[in-house]
Design a protein around this ligand. Sequence first.
Ligand code: AMP
Ligand code: ZN
Length: 473
Amino acid sequence: MRLYDTRLKAVVPVVPSRPGELSVYACGPTVYRDAHVGNMRTFLLTDLIRRTAEMEGLSVVVVQNITDVGHMADDTGLGAVDEGQGDGDDKVLRQAALEGLTALEIAREYEQRFHADLAALNIYPAAHYPRASESIDLMIDLIALLMERGHAYVGGDGSVFFDARSFPGYGELSGNRLDDLRPGHRFEGAVDPAKAFHADWALWKRALDTRTQLVWDTPWGVGFPGWHTECSAMSLALLGSTIDVHTGGIDLRFPHHEDERAQSNCATGTDVVRHWVHGEHLLFEGRKMSKSSGNVVLVGDLVDRGLDPLALRLAFLQHRYRQQMNLTWEVLVAADSMITRWRERLADWATHPSEAMPAEVVASVRAMFDDDLDTPRAISLLRELEKDPAVSPGAKFEAFAHLDRLLGLDLASDVGRAPAAQAPLPDEVEALLSARAEARAARDWSGSDRLRDELDALGFPVIDTPDGQQVQR
Ligand code: AMP
Ligand code: ZN
């Protein structure tokens, strides 16, 4: 498999550091609200990498963190006074205050909903979902180690800061050189007087006395972790000092991943992450999804509109992960009918004698996934295969069923199900239907309504269409 490596700015082969086993760390959700479809696009990226690697015979270990503390409402991280210390600055605490619940009640509720959304999109569960609030000891050890090695110091306000200048590789991931981050250059703001240098960031924050939740006692006083600290601590603890692939949305490249890289590399003395892979952002109806524009779309919104959540997965597959994508309801409706059509085709093809897969097409689709997840090309090739008169239905069935391990679209879910139109209606229902057709022809609306109620009661609701009444089965 080849993937676009953000640091190297090139598509490169991904070779596991341990033969046969690929380790992947995926930045997970901040659990203070439902994940929107943009977040889901990024979470799908990890699943596609995993399925592609598994298809190659690798065993894949995915770790995805749950951020339930430390993610600030303002996380621009541009080296200024952007990192508060009170309740209102932490996303989870702010939501807890709004909903009148405790921070952990909020966090566990949204975490559980995150898992339900992943399942709805056929995203395989990770091997581990470490929670930041339960990994504080790991973070304390990491911070102590960084201090011992001269990469961190206690600042003027009692918080512990990472010394950005102590890591020569700083900026390799995002292209932000330390000087560029100076206030006034790209960012108008004041430097936090507690830190020694404008680009340093807090590993551990001293809490205000008023903060009562999500605080821990440490050698540096009562406080809470900075957001970037958790990902270094948890990834090193669960995956060790070499991680093959690290994923996240493009916005995390800076400061989150740049800072995480500095922390992890300085703690271990090695370049921990071999490949940083970022997914581009999703727009909805042409705009950035945000609460203030009122266009935040959730998986549940698709379900409310009668769409299969896997239509979202297919719509994502029709675009390459590292291109910005504009999702619309129209695209989703089209993807939904394409999935339905494919499932019907598979159900039909499955009734034909099985034949060997068209090896070339299958190999090409796999090669497209291997080629930096060129999923749009893979989908068009499958559409050609669908229509190809030279390939037998039995062979098409085998190919689609096999490749669904990569696609994850439940394409064989209708196989074996009798097509609805073929099952005959009970005589009684037929009789009621013709009586109703007669009543409608005679403009006897109350008679027609009464007959509809009777049909309804028998479990055969009808609707009236321009082509006449139709039974809903
Ligand atoms: P959060 O829950 O806000 O920490 O974000 C979870 C993941 O979703 C991160 O990897 C983000 O980079 C990613 N993300 C946020 N917004 C979008 C978007 N509009 N499109 C794609 N990914 C996004
Ligand atoms: Zn992270």
